[in-house]
Write a new protein. Structure first.
Lengths: 155, 118
């Protein structure tokens, strides 16, 4: 199908729309994202020290239990409706840490509960977070495959 | 210990700022932004750069979603060293398993316990 040419009215409307569109306060948003995102990571750091000192994890392996704990925190914050408010304030500051990944899954699960557990919760859980897993896994597959093949040629 | 908290705050915050810029300047949706960050993490891991960031900033590098891509590559490479190419498939979720299982388990518990709001 060919793309339709825009009519003059549509172009004028776009101009008008551009004039009235709210300018996003980029600097302010970035500052908020920086502060809240940094805070999440500082909490994560505290949790990872807890695992290092009490459960004998090392600096390299500690990311695994830490992110699970952060997801648990996301469950509580999401369930009580606090995470939405943080998200409105912080934008990417709450979406980029692993708690945002947890929030995407947990909120989808809670939201679709009314449609039943199998068709609602089960099939909608990864509605938002699925793309992260798909693209993460595929890109990791490509990267790891290239590295392995080159390693075999080199070694 | 204290400088580690400082760098975790700064680096973690900066990664979130990159995400915010992708929201506001590039006008990407959250889904696109997170996918871009995960792919970036996997590529940085391919060049071995992400480990330096984790050594330097701890949770500041391992909590943002970029580390998900990094851990996927690491899991795949770990298995690949033992079993060759097939390890890329079998090891993929080796390291990230806890994050994903935690998300599924807690998500289901959330659906059992909490009622949707608004």
């Amino acid at each position: 199908m060919q793309k339709q040419q825009k009519t003059i009215e549509q172009k004028n409307y776009e101009k008008l729309q551009g004039k009235h569109e709210l300018k996003r306060p980029i600097a302010k948003n970035c500052l908020k994202a920086f502060l809240v995102g940094g805070l999440f990571c500082t909490v994560g750091q505290a949790i990872s020290y807890f695992y290092i000192y009490f459960f004998n994890f090392t600096e390299q392996t500690v990311g695994n239990p830490t992110s699970a704990t952060m997801v648990f925190i996301a469950l509580l914050l999401t369930g009580f409706g606090i995470y939405d408010r943080i998200g409105q304030f912080a934008g990417a500051g709450s979406a980029v840490p692993v708690t945002g990944f947890g929030n995407a899954i947990i909120s989808a699960a809670i939201e679709h509960r009314t449609e039943g557990f199998v068709l609602g919760v089960g099939s909608n859980m990864f509605k938002l977070a699925g793309s992260v897993i798909v693209f993460g896994v595929f890109s990791a597959f490509v990267v790891a495959l290239i590295k392995t093949l080159f390693g075999m040629l080199g070694g | 210990m204290l400088p580690m908290f400082f760098w975790a705050f700064v680096i973690g915050g900066l990664i979130c700022v990159i995400g915010q810029l992708l929201f506001d300047v590039a006008k990407l949706t959250p889904g696109h932004t997170l996918s871009v960050l995960v792919v970036t993490g996997a590529i940085l891991s391919g060049f071995g750069l992400y480990d330096y960031l984790i050594d330097f900033a701890g949770a500041g590098a391992s909590i943002p979603i970029t580390s998900f891509g990094n851990s996927l590559v690491h899991g795949a490479m770990q298995e690949a060293e033992q079993h060759g190419v097939i390890g890329v498939l079998t090891g993929m979720f080796e390291i990230t398993s806890s994050g994903i299982s935690a998300a599924i388990i807690f998500g289901f518990i959330g659906a059992l316990v909490f009622k949707p709001k608004g």
